[in-house]
Ligand binder design. Structure first.
Ligand code: PMP
Length: 429
């Protein structure tokens, strides 16, 4: 009976992949470059700000748009980046993290199965689930590594995929899982292609916008030409201030587009946690402008920390005796690596059977991608069990059955701190 219920689910059951590797970390005490949770605790000024907001009495419901003071502060902070005065009353929605904003936006935009969403593959898996929940038809366009060892969007595929039923495209820069930062020229090229489809909304997930390196700059798609009128840009306080568990995110968009998302938010969660909204909004300026440590602001300090770990991973993989080839990232939390050459090195059992642990009595629940096990999943299981490093399989970032699907990449996180990163790379030598 239980199986019958599972078959009826509206959304693919993908929880298990996180659970499998998360459980391996706990059970075997393995350094993890799998999860995207930063190793930092939130800065003290943020925690103090939360306590202050609670003590000031900001403990009851607020507007479905978000707390008015928090919206004022966000509007003040983001107006210069958007090159326009953002109206705090009607152009900002604060919800349950970036995910909460995305759910509200998709829930409001998608009306029927004939509405198509374009995802850029590989993609942050929740876009897929959220699109399924919204009831859309999902199409994908691939990012492909080129000769420069960087990821590039297949623009021809984008042109072929767009049509009169396309409702929206979800973009993400810096990108999860690849760490790609779209250049201004690349965004302009996409923008030019989209000009021919003026009915298409653009959702930009810019949760990692503050984390770019090696001279790469983040550009807001909404600021190119007149893209503002069709673009929803999403940010995450959890990512900026290392408090991912607080779940405070915001969407910035024209009032008419945002209105329905706010209605959706109102119908589902009504409003997002109020002291968290205020603490995050009040702390952003401090994080950006005031010295935190070693002459750096919190955001600069965080960026340098992540960059150090990125360098350790990149160099570590290049020098490793294992043929795992890192593909350049320019920001965000993650880097991907090509593991195709491990096909002949990983023992057969990781491909031939679902079960790979030796103690049948306490085995953890495994994700079932069918047999033979895809290369990336076999590699990640082998790396965890035999090399003692947890990473994430790339297959999980593609749509099942997608023509662009490949099992040759794994994802490694560089937000885990130098200590864990060094321990992990030592194990991969
Ligand atoms: N977008 C991307 C690309 C992410 O990687 C994540 C978290 N891993 C989110 C959104 C979710 O952000 P939040 O925690 O604010 O909901």
């Amino acid at each position: 009976m239980e199986g019958e219920f599972r078959k009826q689910t509206k959304v693919d059951d993908i929880l298990c992949i996180w659970e499998e590797f998360g459980c391996l970390v706990g059970k075997y005490n393995i350094p993890s470059l799998g999860e995207g949770a930063p190793h930092f605790q939130p800065p003290k000024f943020l925690v103090d700000s939360l306590v202050k907001a609670i003590e000031e009495g900001h403990n009851q419901y607020t507007s479905s748009y978000g707390h008015p003071e928090a919206r004022e502060l966000l509007a003040e902070l983001y107006s210069p980046s958007f090159g326009k005065e953002i109206n705090p009353e009607r152009e900002i929605l604060i919800s349950n993290g970036a995910n909460g904003c995305m759910t509200a936006v998709l829930g409001s935009l998608i009306h029927s199965k004939s509405d198509e969403i374009i995802l850029i593959e590989p993609f942050f898996p929740q876009y897929f689930s959220q699109s399924q929940f919204a009831g859309a038809t999902i199409k994908t366009v691939p990012l492909i590594p080129s000769d420069d060892n960087q990821w590039h969007l297949d623009l021809d595929a984008l042109k072929e995929t767009l049509n009169e039923n396309t409702k929206c495209i979800i973009m993400n820069t810096p990108h999860n899982p690849t760490g790609k930062v779209f250049t201004k020229e690349e965004l302009q090229e996409i923008s030019d292609i989209l000009e021919e489809y003026p009915h298409v909304y653009v959702i930009n997930d810019d949760v990692y916008y503050f984390l770019t390196f090696e001279g790469h700059e983040h550009h807001i798609f909404a600021t190119l030409g007149d893209n503002w009128k069709k673009t929803i840009t999403i940010f995450s306080g959890g990512k900026i201030l290392c408090c991912t568990g607080w779940k405070v995110g915001w969407a910035i968009a024209p009032a008419d587009i945002l209105r329905q998302a706010v209605v959706f938010n109102d119908c589902t969660v009504y409003c997002n946690n109020v002291p968290g909204q205020l603490a995050v909004a009040r702390s952003l300026k401090v994080a950006k402008q005031e010295e935190y440590k070693d002459g750096l602001t919190f955001i600069e300090y965080e960026g340098e920390d992540f960059k150090r770990s990125y360098d350790i991973i990149f160099k570590g993989l290049e020098e490793s005796s294992l043929p795992i080839k890192p593909i350049k990232a320019s920001g965000g939390y993650f880097i991907c690596a090509d593991v195709s050459e491990l096909r002949d090195i990983v023992p057969e059992k990781y491909f031939k059977q679902q079960e790979y642990e030796d103690d049948p009595d306490t085995t953890i629940e495994k994700n079932d991608f069918g047999l033979p096990v895809p290369l990336d999943l076999a590699v990640c299981r082998w790396l965890a069990m035999e090399k003692k490093v947890v990473t994430m399989p790339g297959t999980f970032f593609y749509m099942k059955g997608s023509k662009h699907m490949t099992d040759k990449y794994i994802r490694l996180a560089f937000c885990r701190g130098e200590e864990i990163t060094k321990a992990a790379m030592e194990n991969l030598k």
